[in-house]
Design a protein around this ligand. Sequence first.
Ligand code: NAD
Length: 255
Amino acid sequence: MKLRNKTVVVTGAASGIGAEVARLARFEGATVIGMDRNAPGLTLDRFIAVDLSSTASIDAAIAALPQRVDALCNIAGVPGTANPTLLAQVNYLGLRYLTTGVLTRLPAGGAIVNIASILGADWPQRLDLHKQLAATEGFAAGQAWLDQHPVPDDSCYQYFKEALIVWTYVQSQKWFLERSVRMNSVAPGPVFTPILGDFVSMLGQERVQRDAGRMKRPAYADEVASVVTFLCSDDARWISGVNLPVDGGLASTFI
Ligand SMILES: NC(=O)c1ccc[n+]([C@@H]2O[C@H](COP(=O)([O-])OP(=O)(O)OC[C@H]3O[C@@H](n4cnc5c(N)ncnc54)[C@H](O)[C@@H]3O)[C@@H](O)[C@H]2O)c1
């Protein structure tokens, strides 16, 4: 029961990794508030409908939260087959806007966990761009910067996962020093969820076959969820500013 007496907010709770995190966090004693654009099919303590591409919807969702939230798990996301503008909004701008809005409700000892991806592993190649985007404050300013620095459609999923890892790195220590709130990201390899097929379409058969030869299998969502709930717990109280691969060793084969 390592999350007893904690209130945990989980975005993307209606499906895949988010649903597994919500289920496991409840099992570990947390009060779980799920957020998603779709209604969940699992037991939650509370559900708040939100569209993470809309600041108005995010504002309303934040207003509906209790004054104290111990952990925020940013798990909702769309795959690379989605509209690129929507992808930027849901996977990065909306995630960041929600997190900043929830921050004042997180007490000292609070935790934020962002779901990145193994497909964000090339962030060092575009570090300057990602730092510039990370330095923009708010949804509109981020969108304006992106309008000035367009992202190629065919790599926008990778780009915004890279950007999320860099934002986690550059922002986490400020919040840890000022507020004792930890922020980390988790970078799964392929996971058996409803969007796994979208990754095959996005990456193409050649890349998928190459990766398949380097790993045992895709992960099950519970194998990622247990790492997310660990990072929410006090057991991880000295872990902050980390991007943790949960990929069965796949990333280690990239060197
Ligand atoms: N499945 C994989 O192989 C894999 C690998 C690495 C990273 N990821 C990441 O894991 C996270 C979870 O993905 P998943 O595989 O569980 O997919 P999923 O499709 O099963 O779950 C994603 C959830 O996000 C919600 N969502 C999408 N757009 C939203 C919006 N505008 N507002 C609110 N909610 C919205 C969906 O309704 C859904 O419930 C994503 O960030 C994804 O990029 C997935």
